[in-house]
Design a protein around this ligand. Structure first.
Ligand SMILES: [Zn+2]
Length: 263
């Protein structure tokens, strides 16, 4: 369980990171997966070991709208939510900083990221964090035809299900803060009673420097806030310790999104 990454693992991670970059920047995989050819092995990891913490299923929160942008304002809790993509070493650093600071976070994973780094699903859950669906390829989902948008949601859901036993507790649309009415409907059809938006944007993906990331969050965060952050950016790692210190100073607890919404 605790074996440090060896040379082979490091090499493998490097190769996987290169693949991840290629799929993130290029046109990605075909929209429709080709039928499994007789020579190709079945897609996905063959034998994922069960996570130590079983993944929870999505649930409906009474009194909440379909699209949730924040939790109750009268309680000193916030949810730090992360776009799950990019260099797994950065993802691991963010998770480690969260855990050092006593925070639980919500990770919305992109399907292709799970394909490249299937071990990250377990890493997130084993840390006591929450794992959700951020579409298969992170395209502009509100602009896609219905069938393609639905495939983006279910493609990631299938990978989460295979890796963790659950389609993930949350769905967040890609390349937009708000889901269109159609995407909301498709998410519900895929098994997510709610879609997860946010009310605080860290803008960490613009690499503005850790101090700016910190300012962007602490300038607007208050009880009930859902903060948008991203794996894959060094600024985010550097901003985590001072952010968690500031939240502690304000007596705001960083909890999972489910905890944020659970009375
Ligand atoms: Zn995203």
């Amino acid at each position: 369980m605790l074996s440090p990454p060896g040379r082979r693992a490091a090499l493998r991670a490097g190769a996987a990171a290169a693949v991840g970059l290629a799929t993130a920047c290029g046109s990605g995989r075909p929209a429709t997966a080709p039928p499994t050819s007789s020579s190709a092995p079945p897609p996905g990891p063959g034998k994922p070991s069960a996570p130590a913490r079983p993944a929870a299923a999505p649930r409906r929160f009474a009194g909440q709208p379909v699209e949730i942008g924040h939790g109750p304002r009268d309680r000193p809790r916030v949810a730090l939510t992360f776009h799950g993509n990019g260099d797994p070493a950065i993802a691991r650093s963010v998770l480690a900083e969260a855990e050092r600071g006593g925070a639980r976070i919500t990770v919305l994973a992109i399907g292709t990221w799970l394909d490249d780094h299937p071990d990250m699903a377990r890493r997130v859950l084993d840390g006591g964090h929450e794992l959700g669906n951020h579409t298969q390829r992170h395209l502009a989902i509100n602009d896609m035809p219905q069938d393609e948008a639905y495939a983006e949601i279910t493609g990631c859901a299938q990978r989460l299900k295979r890796l963790t036993g659950s389609i993930g507790t949350w769905f967040r649309p890609s390349q937009t803060q708000n889901a269109s009415p159609l995407v909301q409907k498709l998410a519900q059809r895929a098994g997510y009673p709610h879609v997860l938006s946010y009310d605080v944007d860290s803008l960490d993906f613009t690499s503005p420097g850790a101090a700016a990331v910190l300012r962007n969050v602490t300038g607007t965060i208050h009880g009930g806030s859902v903060v948008s952050l991203h794996f894959g950016y060094a600024d985010t790692v550097d901003a985590m310790p001072p952010l968690l210190e500031e939240l502690a100073r304000r007596k705001l607890r960083a909890v999972t999104t489910t905890e944020l919404l659970t009375p």
